[in-house]
Design a protein around this ligand. Sequence first.
Ligand code: NAD
Ligand code: UPG
Length: 435
Amino acid sequence: MNICVIGGGYVGLITSVVFSKMGNKVICVEKNIEKIKKLNKGIPTIFEEGLNELLNKSLNSKSILFTDNLKEGVNKSDVIFIAVGTPSTKDGNVDMSQITNVINEISSFINEYKVIVNKSTVPVGSQKYVKKLLIENGVNPKNFDVVSNPEFLREGKAIYDFLHGDRIVIGHDSEKAKDIIKKLYEPFKIVTIFTTPETAELIKYASNAFLSTKISFINEIANLCNKVGADIDTISYALGLDKRISPQFLKPGIGFGGSCFPKDTIGLVKIGERYGSDFKIVKSAIKVNEYQRILPVKVLLDEYKDIKGKIISILGLTFKSETDDIRESPSLYIIEELLKKGAVIKAYDPMASNEIKKLFPDIQYFDNLYDTLLDSSSMIICTDWKEFSNIDLEVVKKKMKNPFIIDGRNVLDIKKVEKNNINYYSIGKGYIKGC
Ligand SMILES: NC(=O)c1ccc[n+]([C@@H]2O[C@H](COP(=O)([O-])OP(=O)(O)OC[C@H]3O[C@@H](n4cnc5c(N)ncnc54)[C@H](O)[C@@H]3O)[C@@H](O)[C@H]2O)c1
Ligand SMILES: O=c1ccn([C@@H]2O[C@H](COP(=O)(O)OP(=O)(O)O[C@H]3O[C@H](CO)[C@@H](O)[C@H](O)[C@H]3O)[C@@H](O)[C@H]2O)c(=O)[nH]1
């Protein structure tokens, strides 16, 4: 099939390379010229397992092209995927401006039948909104159908998830469009749910809000564990053995970040408000997360009372491991709070892009874990990078002044911490008062 993907970010790029791998001809239209240049040269613009190989394979077989030529993309394609950003507005609503711009831009190019697919995460009613906009722009209703096909991939596992997802969701109001999209996804052999556009749109928000709630729930249990001497890992394991609960997303820590959970939880609350539905549980999950992501600062204040001038090492800047994405990363909130309180920050991440330097130009960045720690009184582990779980605590003791470790992702082996007699705070695995 001939496919156009508009937007070459995390979702658009992965959608493009995977559909090309599955034997389709793909034109990915991106407005960022730098991204297009890199991608056409086979240089991945994001860090994602398997992307380099897949991108270059697709380029070599000439089954993929990156361009800013929207007209070419639309004219040469039967199916047009929209994968542009839908960030939050200041008040938490979903900013639909990128979607609106795309529809306005493609309207004059639609002169024969196309299936337009919303892959971006968009509020209930967006399929109808897109249809209305196309008609208002003078597009003949016979020349298009609009389908809702939300994406469930995780960053870091994006290609795997796209190829082996738990389900594919197709919201449609046309049998013709349904048959085309069904044919496109058939080779994936994944359970596919065909439903109304409204249901499809809501499945995406319900899914992200549920997972976020699960994380906030386990974080509240973990915070209690530290107070009563219970062990969160054993609790998560025991909960997860109950098939009705499942073991996934019961890992405690300093809260959820990333480009999706924070914006989609508040997005659902705002969508609910529009229809008179008060999402009390999701609101609480957000509130718990706001507390949890700066919990390390509270712990430091309890320990030192005043942290003005204290040197604090932040380990991990991305919102989770195996990605270079820093969007809504808890570490950003921690750094902001610590700076307000006058702490001196040293930061290290094996992968985070230069983006963070733009946000905090005045803190020190290191390209080596142990150099970062020199003369710090405390380190906060913010990301579950493997490198951090393998840290040599004997070296840590030599580099730091009376080290206090806050393990925001519970990556360290408690036995090793105890053996080294280090002050240590975990999320639900105990508060060890070392030397
Ligand atoms: N990142 C994820 O893990 C993930 C997973 C599932 C769903 N989603 C959803 O998918 C959507 C995209 O997310 P993302 O993370 O890929 O965003 P992103 O910011 O990484 O990428 C969006 C891309 O679209 C491009 N773009 C914007 N307007 C354009 C236009 N008019 N023409 C051409 N290109 C244009 C931007 O330059 C950017 O490269 C969002 O709605 C998001 O909520 C994201
Ligand atoms: O048990 C857990 C699992 C995750 N997290 C945190 O939750 C955040 C999100 O993690 P994850 O879901 O792995 O990352 P994303 O790539 O943001 O993926 C989520 O958001 C995407 C965008 O909507 C969806 O497509 C995916 O299905 C959904 O998992 C990260 O900060 C994690 O550290 C925890 O704290 N505990």
